[in-house]
Design a protein around this ligand. Sequence first.
Ligand code: C2O
Ligand code: CU
Length: 401
Amino acid sequence: MPTLAVALEARETDWVYAPGRRLTGMGFNGSIPGPLIEARVGDTIRARLTNSLSQPTTIHWHGLRVPAAMDGTASVQPSVEPGESFDYEFTVPDAGTFWYHSHVNETEQLERGLYGPLVVRGPDEPTLDADRVLMLDDLKLDADGRLAPFGDEHELHEGREGDVRLVNGRQEPELAIAGGQVERWRIVNAANTRFMRLSIGGRPFSIFGSDGGLIAAPVEATEVLVTPGERVELAVGPFAESEVLELEALPYDRGRGEPRRERLATIRVGPTKASSASLPDVLREIESLTDDGSETTRTVSMKALMHGGHGQRDEDVRVGELQVWNLVNETSQDHPFHLHGFFFQVLDDGVPAWKDTVNVPQKESVRIAWLPDNRPGEWMYHCHILEHHAMGMMAHFSVVA
Ligand code: C2O
Ligand code: CU
């Protein structure tokens, strides 16, 4: 199997996020988002992180089933100090849309752009006319157009949302698509806090992938909620030549802030081209890990997590023992729960899919099932609202053999 060598240098970057507008960002190899890493299932990725920032950093490979030691968290490696480097090496067992991002001082480092996309392709991918990654984000600026200061109490609790909406590091860009064609859009929500309830000019699209690659069968929709950390894959189009559509985030009430409808990008449809796109009715066999009736093995209280602070530990899980977790959210805001290193299935959910991040709505609970495969070590879960994570809304646990 091929080995892919990638060099990722984290450094301060002059970030032109709109014509004539710039700020000092942090980018991998000077680009925001960082370079697209493309691999095939079974490849080995050897990534050297060089830290040219003036503060420590690491890389977490969000969604990849890496060995514990490669997970990029403080419990498995010392942070990479300025001027130092670290070699990550792992194979990629699953096809899908993933992303890599800093796992140190995340509220600032991700806001400043220290993240990038990683796509793994499998042997049986649906054929669409184009394949693109859209990393969604936002920026919070002060009145003078500089990055607003980080991490006051209020922001930690409410999350950080800004008025500048970004697609692939650019403010409300124009996207060109050929008339008559159907594209594969791999969408990543890389924002600190902003929930994105996506609409593409109100037109129907097919959802056919989520965090862990293809879902069992495509689902037709006109909107889809993507919370921080989550990914969706959409079949978008066909549109008629010279149409102009908006990619928008529709109002969504996450229990904080004022839900509003906001533009993310403008889509311009160019001259019509032939299409060879075809999305099969059945994409993949996904066996359910368990049925809805199965007993809960652990309850995770979002409220306790939120008030627990750093260093909280949850009980060990044993390799091969089915986990059925009830994520209970007694708080008055939504929390996107992210499990490192393992995929889970959301019970009571209809179409089977593999997920690593799931929104637990305010005053509701969500049950998930997952099976720890043989990768013992230190793992964690946390809220992917980065300010909540920073506040300590997280827990470590061990997977033991
Ligand atoms: Cu993308 Cu620990 O997270
Ligand atoms: Cu949260």
